[in-house]
Design a protein around this ligand. Structure first.
Ligand SMILES: Cc1ncc(COP(=O)(O)O)c(C=O)c1O
Length: 361
């Protein structure tokens, strides 16, 4: 199972198939090489190591505020915001357009990048050529499911191009279909230098990877990013099995009706006084239901109560739903398997509505 000082055929095949798939996607033409990792945070760490090594006179990193990239090392350094404890002085945060995408009803509204451009320009004015890397999630996942207008991410990318900054998209959560396309960089019309993959990549087997430009990855010295388990044969086989599954069936096409059913069902939850906003990927498979302080309970308490009520279901043993929350102290995440059928989706949102109504009764 170790593979750090040898390359196996299954690793070569998995790398080749992944690169072929990503390069054939619109915006994927910078993705030339795979650097395997054993977890999402480790892949982020390696991507950032490579970006910093690419030009060691430019060690500073711009990160988007309230992003989640992991809990360890540099992945933790680019997570959250400047007021969190023990910040790495190399990392500077910029705003994410949370207000502009706080609810699904705001989708498609005109977006003004000017304030964000000003933040970027101010950073550039202050730190100039010391800024070498920008990292963002396509949508804030752990931060509470905020799905931004495309123009925001495209504006970040343009800034990177103008100043020759390495542009990293963290798709650890978004990859392999969550946003409705195989990769979020397709959904958002981006051309990243490095894309970080995880979670769905191995469909349950713990594998992650950074995929990016060869000249960036080659900046790392021999063995600098190696470890015992990365690229082990089981993980590489799991990646290939996942790719096989996507090749055999039109998983993304088949999920669209379920996506529409779930979105309608979640929007209907807004009839409850404790549900503030519903957000999600248009045609994708991830949403956040934001609670508000209401009656005697805080938003976090409503979120916990809702998660528990859905889990318990209607009191028979077999009908509960497992949700996640509260994220950011107030948001419940709904992130079903991509293969959920329309019947299952219909039953699930009906159960959520019954559970929510019971809570407010
Ligand atoms: C966007 C994003 N990046 C990175 C990570 C970290 O991945 P891992 O938990 O595998 O270290 C996560 C995990 O939730 C994530 O959602």
């Amino acid at each position: 199972m170790t593979a750090y000082n040898a390359i196996t055929p299954v690793e070569v095949q998995a790398s080749a198939r992944l690169i072929k798939l990503m390069r054939s996607a619109p915006g994927g033409n910078r993705l030339e090489q795979v650097m395997w990792a054993a977890s999402g945070s480790e892949a982020i760490q390696k991507a950032l190591w490579a970006a910093i090594a690419h030009d060691r006179s430019r060690p500073m990193i711009i990160a988007t505020r309230y992003g989640f990239h992991g809990k360890k090392g540099l992945s933790n350094a680019v997570t959250g915001c400047e007021t969190d404890a023990e910040r790495d002085p190399r990392v500077k945060f910029i705003s994410f357009p949370m207000a502009e995408c706080r609810d699904i009803s705001l989708r498609g509204q005109a977006f003004d990048f000017t304030p964000y451009q000003k933040e970027l320009d101010a950073l550039h004015h202050q730190y100039g050529m010391r800024l070498g890397t920008l990292i963002t999630e396509p949508y804030l996942g752990g931060g509470g499911s905020y799905h931004p207008p495309k123009e925001y991410l495209q504006g970040l990318e343009q800034f990177c191009r103008k100043h020759d900054i390495v542009f990293i998209i963290d798709e650890v959560q978004a990859n392999f279909g969550r946003t409705g396309a195989m990769f979020a960089f397709e959904t958002y019309g981006l051309e990243p230098d490095i894309v970080v993959l995880g979670k769905g990549l191995g469909n349950g087997i713990p594998v992650a990877a950074a995929v990016g430009k060869t000249d960036i990855f080659d900046s790392l010295g021999y063995g600098e990013a190696s470890d015992t388990w990365s690229a082990n044969p089981l993980c590489c086989a799991a990646v290939q099995a996942t790719l096989d599954a996507f090749e055999r069936a039109d998983i993304l096409g088949q999920m669209k009706p379920s996506s529409a059913i779930i979105e309608r069902g979640l929007v209907a939850l807004k009839e409850l006084p404790f549900v503030a906003n519903v957000r999600g990927e248009n045609g994708g498979m991830v949403w956040g239901v934001e609670m508000r302080d209401c009656a005697e309970r805080t938003a976090a308490e409503w979120a916990n109560a809702f998660v528990l009520a859905c889990y318990q279901g209607d009191s028979s043993e077999s009908d509960g739903i497992h949700l996640l929350g509260p994220l950011a102290k107030k948001v419940v995440r709904v992130s079903p398997p991509l293969v959920i059928t329309p019947d299952e989706a219909t039953a699930a949102v009906a159960l959520m509505l019954r559970s929510a109504r019971r809570l407010s009764a």
